[in-house]
Design a protein around this ligand. Structure first.
Ligand SMILES: Nc1ncnc2c1ncn2[C@@H]1O[C@H](COP(=O)(O)OP(=O)(O)OP(=O)(O)O)[C@@H](O)[C@H]1O
Ligand SMILES: [Mg+2]
Length: 352
């Protein structure tokens, strides 16, 4: 048996870079290393890398600091540079579809096919008598993908898996939970700039959407309404009082922004309902740094009338308590969801 090659899950988020290294033996995953390095808000803006040198230096530093010597990484993209669409195509073999995917994609994608990298996955068959099958089409803009590949290679690493945030969170979720029969679970990952959503039916992705609304909205609103710097607003948002302002001063702005975020999530659920033969979401699993925002999960639950739980991607991962403080792990868990989902990938997963 060949030994599974190690890889590191590398989440290049707009507010921080996160790395997770797992080791697999049979069906057990063990945490080898992990780390987070903050990056300045102007370094990656709306998923576009503005300062490539800083990003690769941050990646390098993060891996060195944690003694992660593995060179192979799995990374992901999200936001405007990605389009995921469920499409119907005539039933055919995978190899056949690979030949024809560019033509199929041309019917569904608003970009020129030359400007995107295409990938697809044949989803489960709905009805055996059906002449068509559901295919998940993924198109990533080449310039965005190339920018990510460039910073990774400048950090001395090799990208062996390119993924999409929405599928990375699905991968992390799939490890820890079995979905109930016919259950519809919405995975909602609220980062700094983007909210990634993946609605699973029976454990299989049914709908994905990225929304450019995230934790930065709280920070910006606090900055504007209370006249704070970015750093002050970030601290206040996390529940730390800042010069001249108590946490209570921030509450009205936070509540208002909770409402905005909830509105965007609700709209996606309504859209899903109207395009999925009236399926409704049964529960929400919240991840991303904003899942740590005190009060957001209960607010969402009340506003949507649904159970909302906070993701713990480390639930089924063995972590040596002598090496990893369990309180620290718990405090960053939801924010590490994408990186864990990526770390679980295997090089062969890359459909290329
Ligand atoms: N304890 C906390 N309380 C409140 N907000 C928090 C906390 N920790 C992190 N955040 C917020 O979560 C956001 C960062 O989350 P995350 O790390 O998931 O985003 P990212 O991956 O860097 O960004 P994106 O995915 O949008 O590119 C920031 O807006 C940050 O202020
Ligand atoms: Mg993120």
């Amino acid at each position: 048996m060949t030994r599974q090659k190690d890889l590191v899950g590398l989440d290049l988020g707009t507010s921080s870079v996160k790395a997770v290294h797992l080791q697999r033996s049979r069906n057990t995953y063990t945490l080898v290393e992990l780390g987070i390095a903050p990056i300045h808000p102007e370094t990656i803006v709306d998923g576009v890398i503005m300062d490539a040198a800083t990003v690769s230096a941050t990646i390098r530093q993060l891996l060195d600091e944690h003694n992660i010597g593995v060179k192979e990484v799995a990374f992901s993209v999200s936001g405007n540079s990605v389009i995921c669409k469920k499409i119907k195509v005539p039933k055919m073999k995978k190899a056949e579809l690979r030949e024809g995917i560019a033509w199929e994609a041309g019917q569904h994608i608003p970009y020129s096919i030359e400007d995107v990298n295409l990938d697809f996955e044949i989803l489960r068959e709905t009805d055996p008598s059906d002449r068509e099958m559901d295919v998940l089409l993924v198109a990533v803009k080449k310039d965005a993908l190339n920018a990510y590949l460039a910073v990774i290679s400048a950090a001395g690493l090799r990208a062996v898996v390119a993924d999409v945030n929405a599928f990375a969170i699905e991968n992390a979720f799939a490890m820890s939970r079995k979905a109930q029969l016919d259950e519809v679970v919405a995975l909602v990952n609220i980062g700094a700039a983007v909210t990634n959503m993946n609605i699973l039916h029976d454990g299989i992705s049914d709908f994905t959407r990225d929304n450019s609304l995230g934790g930065n909205r709280y920070t910006e609103s606090l900055q504007k309404s209370l006249g704070l710097s970015f750093e002050q607003a970030e601290a206040l948002k996390r529940g730390e009082p800042v010069e001249g302002h108590s946490v209570a001063d921030a509450m009205p702005v936070i509540e208002m922004t909770n409402g905005e975020l909830t509105g965007a999530i609700r709209n996606s659920f309504i859209f899903y309902h109207s395009t999925s033969r009236s399926k409704t979401v049964h529960r929400v699993v919240l991840s991303g740094g904003c899942a740590l925002l005190p009060g957001l999960a209960p607010y969402l639950s009340r506003a949507l009338g649904l159970p909302v739980e906070i993701a713990n991607p480390f639930q089924c991962i063995v972590a040596d308590p002598k090496k990893f403080d369990s309180q620290y792990l718990a405090s960053i868990a939801p924010q590490m969801t994408v990186a864990v989902g990526l770390a679980l990938r295997e090089p062969e997963d890359d459909a290329g």
